[in-house]
Design a protein around this ligand. Structure first.
Ligand code: URA
Length: 272
């Protein structure tokens, strides 16, 4: 079979164009392209269908997703945090690599946040303990059990109806509280999580949470019982369940705080 010079020229043009396309895909983070089975190839070569206006608006809102971010989204979905909204996924991808403060050296993993991506109530704790560090999830173990019970029995919401997060995403060595530098370093991630979830109400449990959100160094004792706001979202402060486990006499004040919270939640039309 003889090959014409013009065929060779066309062939090299196709190779060059394919190479350029693959290099551009690689620069966008795509390292793998599926082979299209022949029966799907015809469909893929068909004229694209007209895109409806609502679909165009949806596409304009959604951030561009490379194959890499889609794979990460799938991994996150199947692993721990459920389906992450694109805005939360973006924060997660940054937070999980964070080495902004020395706490990153002592962690097993970043404990991000968990719950309904569009929850009307966001609960902000202080920092992960040893169990959370292993599990990668905030408020687990005996402290988590206590929080779950308080939520269901007093507020009437389950753990999966709210969004749980900590002011500081890495374990603090020796079970200590996070210091103001660590709280400040982590604040950017927390702020973006609040923005992504956009809750109607925030509950801060413990001093580190209050310091981050209410920006006050007062004690929980002094702060509780009043409403504060974070970018127009009402914020209530109460004791952390870790503190309650050691000091059960504070259960009554926490019960009162949660009643106040539940009433505000209903007043603002929080989902039940
Ligand atoms: N576990 C957490 O994840 N946060 C707290 O504040 C306390 C225990």
């Amino acid at each position: 079979m003889s090959v014409e010079h013009s065929d060779l020229e066309q062939f090299s043009e196709i190779i060059a164009a394919t190479r350029a396309l693959l290099l551009s895909e690689r620069s966008r983070g795509v390292h793998y392209l599926p082979v299209t089975p022949p029966d799907q190839l015809a469909a893929a070569l068909e004229e694209p269908k007209a895109v409806s206006q609502p679909e165009k608006r949806r596409q304009a809102r959604a951030p561009e997703q490379t194959l890499e971010t889609r794979k990460q989204a799938k991994a996150v979905t199947s692993k721990l945090y459920g389906d992450l909204s694109p805005a939360l996924l973006e924060v997660y991808n940054e937070a999980k690599e964070c080495v902004q403060c020395p706490l990153s050296e002592g962690r097993k993993q970043v404990v991000f946040g968990i719950g309904a991506n569009d929850a009307d109530l966001m609960i902000i704790g202080e920092s992960p303990g040893a169990i959370e560090d292993v599990r990668g999830e905030p408020f687990v173990g005996p402290i988590g059990d206590m929080l779950n019970k308080m939520l269901v029995n007093v507020v009437g919401l389950s753990r999966t109806q709210v969004y749980l997060v900590n002011a500081v995403k890495c374990k603090v060595k020796g079970g200590k509280s996070a210091n103001i530098d660590e709280i400040t370093q982590c604040k950017g991630h927390l702020k973006r999580q609040i923005k992504a979830v956009s809750p109607k109400l925030i509950l801060c449990l413990g001093e580190a949470a209050a310091q981050s959100v209410v920006q006050s160094s007062k004690s929980v004792e002094e702060l509780r019982g009043s409403w504060y706001d974070f970018e127009e979202i009402p914020v209530l402060v109460s004791f952390n369940p870790a503190f309650l486990l050691k000091n059960p006499k504070f259960k009554r004040p926490v019960f009162n705080d949660l009643k106040l919270l539940a009433a505000k939640y209903d007043e603002l039309g929080g989902a039940r």
